[in-house]
Design a protein around this ligand. Structure first.
Ligand SMILES: Cc1ncc(COP(=O)(O)O)c(C=O)c1O
Length: 421
């Protein structure tokens, strides 16, 4: 019988990983309190207000604006910066679509740039080379919790007089040179969607030290209102992006666990780095030494197929999952998404920008391709496990490597059968 769990062998991982999301009586009490207060709406409430202040303070920022989700946070950030028709915003090609769609939502062009081959974050050299007179902002994504090169990106943004926004949807609590991410540019956005490092199912926040940006963002998120003004006065274009009191209350409790969980995940991430040095063909995302703390939304590693009998990443993932190790999908390259391929995105643009050639459509983005199709992501909740769990992840990969030839033979046989059928 095969040793591989995929073919009926015993699973490498027997003990389950911690479950996600986590909650206890504190969430229960917080929700009950909102319920019984009958104040479920943020406008007269205090829970969301308390949360946004606490989250901003945790990241050493002066302001926090809690919003409905991380996509909305980016859209509001674009509106607050005044991004508009004809503008360009530099984004990594390797990210979730929201980083780019928020730019389109502002009727501007997301200019996609390849990522660094080791960090999978925005390549600063390519970023600077992509700046044109139309560039208004750079959105850096802290991929998997690892901060992008904030030294260089901050310098480039300042030198060219453009805004830097940190899309920190993966990086709650991450640090760069001992300083929490989120205030290296004009502002930062976060997501509290279910898989994120803290969650209320959905939710998001913008943090900033910039008073003008805060005022604009707060107004955009509340139908263009201004604090202290009559309820039915609307000064700028905005929408309803307000977070409810339920979510504010839950997120305050979740924030209370963030520090300990971040330290734990960072530690387990470095342990996996060490364990994986023993496995030929496995290369973890490089944790830059300037990253003093990685929130570790995911533990990302590259699999060199040559060391695994040329099996596909898909087959590797199927075998790993069968061994009891969870994974989450990597992102496809942005420029290959249907909405860019079929030209649908042009409907958001106006004037010459809507019809002119966009270089990203014909570029190859080699590092994004590698990150998209050849990396494996272990989700953050697995890193909340103990040392034995990390050893078992490593043991499962070693087992796949030992049995890679069998895996290759059986997967090519299965593919051939599929073609015949
Ligand atoms: C990098 C990145 N940016 C933005 C978002 C959008 O967040 P949300 O799902 O809360 O809208 C996500 C969430 O998946 C993300 O991973």
């Amino acid at each position: 019988m095969s040793d591989l769990a995929l073919f009926g062998g015993k699973k490498a991982k027997q003990k389950p990983f911690p479950v996600w999301p986590q909650y206890d009586d504190n969430e229960r009490r917080a929700l009950q309190e909102v319920l019984e207060s009958r104040i479920w709406w943020r406008t007269p409430g205090t829970k969301t207000l308390e949360f946004e202040r606490a989250f901003a303070e945790y990241h050493r920022a002066r302001h926090g604006i809690a919003v409905t989700n991380g996509t909305a946070a980016l859209e509001i950030a674009m509106a607050a910066l005044g991004i508009n028709h004809g503008d360009e915003v530099i984004v990594p090609n390797f990210t979730f679509i929201a980083t780019a769609s928020a730019v389109l939502f502002a009727n501007a062009l997301p200019v996609m740039i390849d990522v660094d081959p080791e960090s999978y974050c925005l390549d600063p050299h390519l970023t600077e080379a992509a700046i044109t007179p139309r560039t208004k902002a750079i959105i850096a994504v802290h991929m998997g919790g690892l901060p992008a090169d904030l030294d260089r990106l901050q310098e480039i943004a300042q030198k060219h007089g453009i805004a830097l926004i940190e899309d920190s949807s993966h990086a709650h609590g991450s640090e760069w040179r001992g300083k929490r991410i989120g205030t290296f540019g004009v502002g930062a956005t976060f997501s509290f969607q279910a898989s994120k490092l803290m969650t209320a199912g959905e939710g998001g926040i913008i943090i900033t030290n910039d008073d003008h940006f805060e005022r604009q963002a707060r107004s955009v998120h509340d139908c263009g209102r201004m604090p202290g003004e009559w309820f039915y006065s609307h000064f700028i274009y905005g929408s309803n992006y307000r977070l409810s009191e339920w979510q504010g209350a839950v997120l305050t409790v979740q924030l209370g666990r963030l520090e300990e969980q971040t330290l734990h995940r960072h530690r387990q991430g470095r342990l996996l780095d060490k364990l994986f040095t023993e496995i030929p063909g496995i290369t973890p995302q490089k944790c830059d030494p300037r990253c003093t703390r990685n929130g570790q939304y995911a533990y990302i590693f590259h699999v060199n197929a040559k060391e695994f009998a040329e099996i596909s990443t898909e087959t590797f993932i199927a075998a790993l999952n069968a061994e009891g190790i969870p994974t989450q999908a990597s992102y496809p390259p942005l420029h290959e998404l249907d909405c860019f391929r079929n030209g649908e995105y042009r409907k958001c643009l106006a004037g010459a920008q809507a019809t002119e050639k966009h270089a990203f459509l014909n570029q190859t983005f080699p590092h994004t391709q590698r990150a998209a199709w050849e990396t494996v992501w272990i989700p953050q909740f697995a890193l909340l496990g103990d040392e034995q769990d990390m050893n078992e992840i490593s043991a499962a990969i070693k087992k796949i490597q030992r049995n890679a030839k069998e895996l290759a033979a059986k997967s090519s046989q299965a593919t051939a059968e599929k073609v015949v059928r």
